[in-house]
Design a protein around this ligand. Sequence first.
Ligand SMILES: *Cc1c(COP(=O)(O)O)cnc(C)c1O
Length: 238
Amino acid sequence: MSAIPHNLQVVRERIAAAAHSVLRDPQTVALLAVSKTFGPGAVIEAALAGQHAFGENYLQEALDKMDAVNPVFMAALPHQLLEWHFIGPIQSNKTRQIAARFDWVHSVEQEKTARRLSEQRPAHQAPLQICLQVNISGEASKSGVAIEAVPTLARAVAAMPRLQLRGLMAIPEPSDDTEQERKSFRQLRVLSEQLQAQGIPLDTLSMGMSADMQAAIAEGATIVRVGTAIFGSRKYAK
Ligand SMILES: *Cc1c(COP(=O)(O)O)cnc(C)c1O
């Protein structure tokens, strides 16, 4: 047997243990399986083991994988739909396909990009579910909107008709220090609470990966994005 179903079970147990340790219901933490660089076979195996949400970073790779996976999966388990989340950097010439083919986008950091996604989301589909990617590590990281700019962006996105603003996402600097990890995640949670206090309804904190999901869950993550711990280490061809 391949390792994927086993790894998934181990990750689910890690999530449950982390949730229990801070008296959270494990059901409030959703697992997003990050399948970038792995082929359709890996996604199908995970899906057959009960995983239904998948995260992808590279558009063309994701589209090829969806085209291979969706028909197989629909034939095998027609009542359980797969959900696709775009979590990578967004190039503005790619928004049309992202808007048409994904259910969620976690990596919105510009109003211009959000507007294109809203305009390009097909009318017959449910609104695209959106998280704003926040730069909580300060100048060390180039990705994400600066904390000070989040309220303005959040208000703009919340008003866009074909988008549904769900929450915030962050990728903090890796750290060996659990307290440091928690501090970064706490910043994102506090920011989310501030936005909610200003009347912007948010229910999602997309934070935590293979190495730091425990700290993220302790600070309130509602989606953890996990690749390596499920699929193994990535081998980049480039
Ligand atoms: C690759 C990636 C992940 C998964 O990281 P792992 O360390 O393999 O669990 C999560 N989030 C984003 C945005 C990623 O690009």
